[in-house]
Design a protein. Structure first.
Length: 123
């Protein structure tokens, strides 16, 4: 079960992936503007409790494959509670690449972050 953190660096996404207990990049400054932890509903709602370092070091959580949530009996309330217990106030996006659900909101968030980063760089 992969734990993934995507780093947005100067408008370009970098993804680091590792199967295991922790992602080495989670604790290191890679020059990224934000760290995003990405998990799918098929991995279960307990991932934040199993891998707290990854969630605690991320700024945003993205939960993918939302279209499968009912088929795998994914408990959104439990997932939200798990994430918030590890990283209170973390923004959570629910996405489905298949249906497009949540994509507009997430892409708007990324565009807003990129614009803010560019404005900060100019200042």
């Amino acid at each position: 079960m992969p734990a993934i953190i995507s780093n947005i660096v100067h408008g370009v996404g970098r993804v680091a992936q590792r199967r295991g207990l922790d992602l080495p990049a989670a604790g290191f400054d890679l020059g990224e503007a934000h760290k995003v932890v990405i998990v799918s509903v098929t991995e279960g709602e307990d991932k934040p409790l199993k891998y707290p370092t990854i969630f605690n070091s991320a700024d945003v959580a993205v939960i993918t494959k939302n279209e499968l949530s009912s088929a795998v009996e994914f408990d959104w309330d439990a997932a939200r509670t798990s994430i918030q217990s590890v990283r209170p106030g973390m923004q959570i996006f629910r996405l489905s690449a298949k249906t497009g659900e949540g994509m507009e909101e997430y892409l708007a968030f990324l565009a807003q972050q990129l614009a803010a980063q560019k404005a900060e760089t100019r200042a």
